[in-house]
Design a protein around this ligand. Structure first.
Ligand SMILES: C[S@@+](CC[C@H](N)C(=O)[O-])C[C@H]1O[C@@H](n2cnc3c(N)ncnc32)[C@H](O)[C@@H]1O
Ligand code: SF4
Ligand code: SF4
Length: 349
């Protein structure tokens, strides 16, 4: 476990064709200067990542399938020997599969799918065309490219879970369910749409937590639901912080130290809201030093449970939702009959 390094997220661009209620307008390029991420610069970032001993990279955005040089940067990352992951909303998968499928077994594509009906997709992401997204997932799964669906649980889509699970079962995919975390830009939406994991009525004995989330971020729960490997990320289970976090206005934030980002402006971002930990880099030497410094911070982080006691705003809002009945009227979605995933085959997040 000790040799696990934090993984790197690269938000390739800000732009996105979806407008999900829980997502800040800039996606994961949050709070850093806006600029175009040239592919040559991304390749330099990937070289630097290798040089500091990181082994896994996740392409994100905005919507990465809208990045014009995606094939070039994926090819470069794969040839360096990095473990390559990508998050996408899936809308452009059908168009991009002809080249993506050449990377079968070399990249892991995770599709964010918060709905299986057009009504729910419209409510969560302000787009329709669910058939197109699901057909992309279907063909991507058949090509061995799409491996998992990501689902952000909200009041708008809790009832979609059984349909999503059935799709995962049919296509042999894993499922990761996230609770919705608030950032300042989405706090208003969070107060309206947040739904606690309790609406899923999870029961039973969970398998051991994944080695990555045992060391970094929120410890996840691994389940097997009707044959589908399901990973639950519940921010209320606590997460990782560092002594430096105590200078942060957001301490203790919901996500903590989970994955490091390098944004298009060459800013190293150890966590979204910890602006004092951001490192602006002018060249790859500075980038290497900043990444090494942040890896040390991650490796000396600590797990804190029950942060709600300290972060009253976040905690109280949840209690108001629960006690005031706003969430109590949600139908509980039974995920009964699952057995713990004891196979040890965790799907890496
Ligand atoms: C910002 S998106 C970028 C990549 C791509 N557009 C997608 O949706 O997969 C990356 C991931 O962050 C998740 N996400 C964004 N805001 C979130 C929030 N407030 N709470 C939980 N997950 C969030 C999305 O669901 C998605 O899985
Ligand atoms: S598709 Fe991804 S980047 Fe776009 S709004 Fe939704 S979560 Fe954000
Ligand atoms: S936002 Fe970053 S610095 Fe602030 S508490 Fe969270 S992990 Fe720590």
């Amino acid at each position: 476990m000790t040799d696990i390094k934090p993984y790197l997220t690269i938000p390739l661009l800000e732009a996105c064709n979806f407008r999900c209620v829980y997502c800040p307008p800039e996606g994961e390029t949050y709070h850093t200067p806006k600029t175009v991420f040239l592919p040559e610069k991304i390749c330099g970032v990937l070289d630097t990542v290798m040089a500091v001993g990181m082994t896994k990279v996740r392409f994100s955005g905005g919507e990465p399938l809208m990045y014009p040089h995606l094939e070039q940067v994926i090819d470069y990352a794969v040839n360096l020997g990095l473990e390559v992951h990508m998050n996408t909303n899936g809308y452009f998968l059908l168009q991009q599969l002809p080249w993506l499928q050449h990377y079968k077994d070399k990249i892991t594509v995770k599709v964010s799918l918060d709905a299986h009906s057009n009504e729910a997709l419209q409510a969560v992401s302000k787009v329709s065309k669910i058939e197109r997204v699901i057909e992309g997932i279907r063909q991507g799964a058949a090509a061995g490219i799409v491996k998992r669906l990501n689902f952000v649980l909200t009041r708008l889509n809790a009832d979609q879970i059984p349909g999503i699970l059935a799709l995962c079962k049919e296509l042999g995919l894993g499922l990761k369910i996230f609770d919705m975390y608030p950032v300042p830009e989405t706090e208003q939406a969070w107060r309206i749409y947040f739904a606690p994991m309790e609406v899923l009525a999870l029961e039973g004995e969970a398998a051991p937590i994944d080695p990555y989330t045992q060391k970094y971020g929120t410890p996840t729960e691994e389940l097997l639901v009707d044959g589908v490997p399901v990973r639950i990320k519940n921010c209320f289970n606590g997460t990782r912080y560092h002594a430096m976090c105590e200078q942060c206005a957001a301490f203790p934030c919901p996500e903590g130290l989970y994955c490091v980002q390098v944004t298009p402006s060459m800013t190293v971002v150890p966590c979204r809201l910890g602006l004092h930990l951001y490192r602006q880099c002018d060249d790859f030497t500075q980038l290497g030093s900043a990444l090494s410094e942040i890896i040390d911070i991650y490796d000396t982080s600590y797990l804190a449970y029950d942060f709600g006691d300290k972060y009253q705003g976040f905690h109280d809002a949840r209690l108001i939702e629960l006690e005031g009945g706003a969430v109590a009227d949600l139908e509980v979605i039974p995920l009964l009959g699952y057995v713990a995933n004891t196979s040890g085959e965790n799907i890496r997040c």
